[in-house]
Write a protein that binds this ligand. Sequence first.
Ligand SMILES: *Cc1c(COP(=O)(O)O)cnc(C)c1O
Length: 438
Amino acid sequence: MSESLPYISTRGRCAAVPISQAIAAGLAPDGGLYVPEVLPKLDPSAFDPHGSLADTAATLLAPFFAGDPLAAELSAICSESLDFATPARALPQQNAKVLELFHGPTAAFKDVGARFLAACMRRLPRTDERPLTILVATSGDTGAAVAAAFHRQPGIRVVILYPDGLVSPRQAHQLGCFGDNVQALRVAGRFDDCQRMVKAALTDATLQEQRPLSSANSISLGRLLPQMSYYAHASLAGWHAHGTPMNFIVPTGNLGNAMACLWVREMGLPIGQVRLACNANTTLPDYFAGAPYAPRVAIATLANAMDVGAPSNFERLRWTYPNEPDLREQLQAHSVDDASIRQTIASHARDHGDVFCPHTATAMHLLDHMREQGDSANWTVVATAHPAKFESVVEPLIGHPVAVPGSLAAMLARPASAEPLTADDDVLHHWLLDQVTA
Ligand SMILES: *Cc1c(COP(=O)(O)O)cnc(C)c1O
């Protein structure tokens, strides 16, 4: 058996663990995020040029799992979870591509990470016979993807926290439509409150003793690692077709999706420039413009899944590029306001017949802006959700209904409910003790 890669915390105050333990835990015990001690390197020639997304993922992730009990299951985990397409569709008029990540069961890219994490958790041995509660804070899409991935899985309960009134009506419906082992809590606060409450519960050792908890947020390595596969798959396809690296514009909130892209580049695969498209939450754009890092309270925008003022994966970004001047050279970040999101959705539908969700529209706006500035590089815009999830924003702008994908339509046809909760760490603590059976 090859030697296994140790996983350490970004805060460096706890012992290194094997990957299955890092995945099972979610957050490191010192409150940091798990990272591999070193990022493995791979050559493009290691990959089967005719392989599926799942094949690419299995090759890409093998060094991360080597020596771990999950290594023998990795191919099965990949084929079970990455069983939908992530096509890079050409946009001929823009001389660009759009990488569509929304063809999974809940119509957002979060399905990739959630399904992979669930496939790992199903195989992890558990010594504790009590049910495991998966706590997830969501700004809209994560909760549904995690709920769908773990729905009716024996021994697992899912508790979703979302900011009441700050997700789209269809997102709210999706979050509340599962029932069975899934409970949705609508929190009177913002996404950052939900995230803080989940972190507080996960780092509370006494609570953990009474109610075994795990997380499924983008802080979990079990979500981050599989997101690397679509970047590897798309960039290798581009490499084989044109012999050039692919450049990506990534709609960004918590930096989970973008982090995956950067790690693939660090591993040695053909990725060129990476640009972050943010909404009116400017923590990252300000930082990359030269200001000190200053997390702040999120403001609500049309791209609600990116309403993040304190991007949780920033710690991983810092770990990846420990030298700050170097980090600031690695990528650029731009802020796109709601007016530009609206204008981009409307103009692309009118001029090209392409309909984008508000998140994807931030990245598309950045591409349009760069083209106006004379940039002619081969950009791939990452499309993170299906526009039908955001019909109340999109349809008035394009003047016609957006066709709803089948799996989303089935969820919308079910009844839905969510319980109200105050945005307070102690309130969640007591709710978990009272409502979740030991
Ligand atoms: C979660 C999400 C994002 C932001 O992704 P991060 O990994 O948090 O940066 C962007 N778009 C959509 C549709 C999302 O659901």
